[in-house]
Each structure stands twice: as structure tokens, then as C-alpha cells.
Design a protein around this ligand. Structure first.
Ligand SMILES: Cc1cc2nc3c(=O)[nH]c(=O)nc-3n(C[C@H](O)[C@H](O)[C@H](O)COP(=O)(O)O)c2cc1C
Length: 337
């Protein structure tokens, strides 16, 4: 991390976490954050994900740029792809503040945002107005008070589809009551069938990913993987944040919400590694079957997950900083980039 990035991060850590998050987006929009200029490009980093060609396999995970406000700068931060959202059909404020907590001793955060976003009309308009040189996807969410959550996913997909390259069905956020119930077998089968129907109605159907929770048993992951594969999904993203609080030292560990960062690493890696059908490779050479890892990029990638999609808690510079780590035997190799 450069001195400027270190100072920027230190400054942000003096502020309330959600305010720091918002300010980092403003800084990006104003051109104040140090950026790489475009996706990191090296022949050995080129890959594909669900049939989408990528300059490199490191992407920005959902939740940082919920409203697609910083598309242009994020596309210059070095990433191979971006995921914005979660977006819901109607705008919603999310949970009352404070709802984001730093667990500094544990290198973690807890958030209970609850799908705060400006709604799909606004977000789709922004996506349409801001084409990017790298692929971008949308994290699909459902309104808290929706009478038919499964229908919400299809609606959001339909409205944004012309302006994105992939979409993620997010049923793993712990901050919308009963959302994770959609991971149950019958509910998931119905949900994926309906998302597929909406996708099939598009002029150009998109690769659909499914993002799962880390708090599932291996048997549950097996069921989900079987269903997702049978439904023709392109990938599973593992994982969203966890409800687990084991081994934490920070006082804020009692806060309700999803925990991410260092303590999530073992669980999310386990979800990807032990899951059946984990190939670590694109066997099909096209619209293949993937596991996409989130978080703790250096460690995850070293353990064989093929795509890393991360949520950064600092400036884009610090996200790229993670990408500068060396993975012996990985696609990145020593010295990358
Ligand atoms: C503040 C915050 C908001 C998030 N919002 C979303 C979201 O809207 N949709 C989603 O699928 N994941 C969301 N996530 C989860 C991240 O995309 C990622 O899966 C998770 O944080 C694990 O990666 P990490 O340990 O590197 O943070 C959010 C995470 C954080 C910290």
C-alpha cells in the first residue's frame, strides 16, 4: 500500500464506517482516489467466467457500489469485473443507522444494511448511461415488504438486463428477514425457475450466478449445487456474510448482522472447496460451471478457487493492494502484476 493509500485509509477509519463508505464513493466520483487506469492486463491473467471474457479474475463484490454511482472510476481501479447492487424493484431505506460496525481487532466488519438502495429504475438508468470497458453484473435483491420475493428478482433482472453482463441471485443476505429461507429446496427450485423464465424472455439471456450463505451444511450446499446446475446457472458465488461470531475479540461482535472479513475466510473457503462440482476450472470452455470466491482474496485464490470477487473495506487502492499479493502456484504467479 502506498503512503497516500495508508493515510487515506487511516483517515477513513477515524470516521463512522458508513460515512467513510459513502465518502470513499464520493472521492472516487471526484477523481480523488488513486486508480490503476483500467483492468490489470497480463496474458496469463486472462480468463472467462460464465462465458464472459475477463482481463483478470479479480472483481469487486456486491454491496460496495450499491447504486452504481461509481461505475467509471471502479472500472479504472484494476478489476476484471464489477458487481453492483443489491438492487430491489422499489427504492428502500434499509435498516436504521448505525448499521455498519468495524471489528478492528478481528479485521472484520458487521453490516445490517438491509438492501438500502435507490431502486432498479434509478440503478438501471445509471448502468445505461455509464458503459464500462469491463464486464459488470447486478446483484438482484427483493424488497423487504414484497408480497412475492421470487417475482422481485425477475423484475430487477428484466429492467437492468440490457446494460449488464451477468446477474446474481442473492438469497444469502442475513439482513432481510426470511430471505435465506429461499435457499430451501422447494423455494429455490421455484425461484430459479422464475428467474430463468424472466431470463429466457430477454433478447440476450444472461449468465446467472447464485450467491450462497456460508452458514450452510455440506449437505445443504450439495442440494443447492444440484438445483443450480439443473437450472442451468453459470456459477455459485461463495459466500455472503456469516451469522457466526465464534472466536471474535472486538466489543462490536454482539451487533446483529452479517460478519465479513478475516473471520469469514475459513467458512467461505470451505463452502467452495467441499462443495460437489467444484472443479476450479472452466471445463466447458464456454458457459461453464464455476465457483466464485469472495473475500480474503490472497488466501482463497491460493487454495484453488478460480475467480475471486471481493468486497473491499478501504479505498480501491487497498483492494488492488490485496491483488498484489503473491500466490504460489496460482494463475497470478509470483510478481503479479
Ligand atoms: C457493507 C456490506 C454490504 C454488502 N452488501 C451486499 C449486497 O448487497 N449483496 C450481496 O450479495 N453481498 C453483499 N455484501 C457481501 C459481500 O459482497 C461479500 O460477499 C462479503 O462481504 C464477503 O467478502 P469480504 O469478507 O471480503 O468482505 C456486503 C458486504 C458488506 C461488508
Amino acid at each position: 500500500m502506498s503512503l497516500r493509500e495508508k493515510l487515506g485509509l487511516k483517515l477513513l477509519h477515524q470516521l463512522d464506517p458508513e460515512r467513510a463508505h459513502g465518502l470513499s464513493i464520493q472521492a472516487l466520483k471526484l477523481g480523488l482516489a488513486p486508480l490503476h487506469g483500467g483492468p490489470v492486463q497480463r496474458a496469463r491473467l486472462e480468463t472467462s467466467m460464465g462465458g464472459i471474457a475477463l482481463h483478470n479474475p479479480v472483481g469487486l463484490a456486491a454491496g460496495y457500489d450499491k447504486n452504481a454511482e461509481a461505475l467509471a472510476p471502479m472500472a479504472k481501479a484494476g478489476f476484471g469485473f464489477l458487481e453492483v447492487g443489491a438492487a430491489t424493484p422499489r427504492p428502500q431505506p434499509g435498516n436504521p443507522k448505525p448499521r455498519l460496525f468495524r471489528l478492528t481487532k478481528d479485521q472484520a466488519v458487521i453490516n445490517r444494511f438491509g438492501f438500502n438502495n435507490q431502486g432498479i429504475a434509478e440503478i438501471a438508468a445509471r448502468l445505461a448511461q455509464n458503459p464500462t470497458a469491463i464486464p459488470r453484473g447486478l446483484n438482484l435483491g427483493a424488497n423487504k415488504d414484497s408480497a412475492d420475493r421470487a417475482d422481485d428478482f425477475g423484475q430487477v433482472l428484466t429492467q437492468a438486463a440490457a446494460h449488464i453482463d451477468f446477474a446474481t441471485v442473492n438469497i444469502s443476505s442475513p439482513n432481510t428477514e426470511k430471505l435465506r429461507d429461499l435457499q430451501g429446496k422447494a423455494a429455490l427450485e421455484d425461484l430459479l425457475g422464475r428467474v430463468n423464465a424472466a431470463n429466457a424472455n430477454l433478447t440476450n439471456p444472461l449468465p446467472i450466478f447464485l450467491k450462497i450463505a456460508p452458514d450452510l451444511t455440506d449437505a445443504e450446499i450439495q442440494d443447492i449445487a444440484d438445483l443450480a446446475r439443473a437450472a442451468g446457472l453459470a456459477a455459485i458465488i461463495c459466500t455472503n456474510t456469516t451469522l457466526d461470531r465464534d472466536g471474535l475479540a472486538s466489543a462490536q461482535r454482539q451487533e446483529t448482522g452479517g460478519l465479513s472479513g478475516r473471520p469469514l475466510f475459513e467458512k467461505s473457503t470451505h463452502s467452495g472447496q467441499n462443495a460437489p462440482g467444484h472443479t476450479g476450472r472452466d471445463r466447458s470452455g464456454g458457459r461453464g460451471w464455476y465457483w466464485i470466491g469472495t473475500g480474503r482474496l490472497c488466501e482463497n485464490h491460493g487454495r484453488g478457487l478460480r475467480r475471486a470477487n471481493l468486497f473491499g473495506h478501504g479505498l480501491p487502492g487497498s483492494i488492488l493492494g490485496a491483488a498484489h499479493c503473491k500466490w504460489p502456484g496460482s494463475a497470478f504467479g509470483p510478481g503479479w502484476p
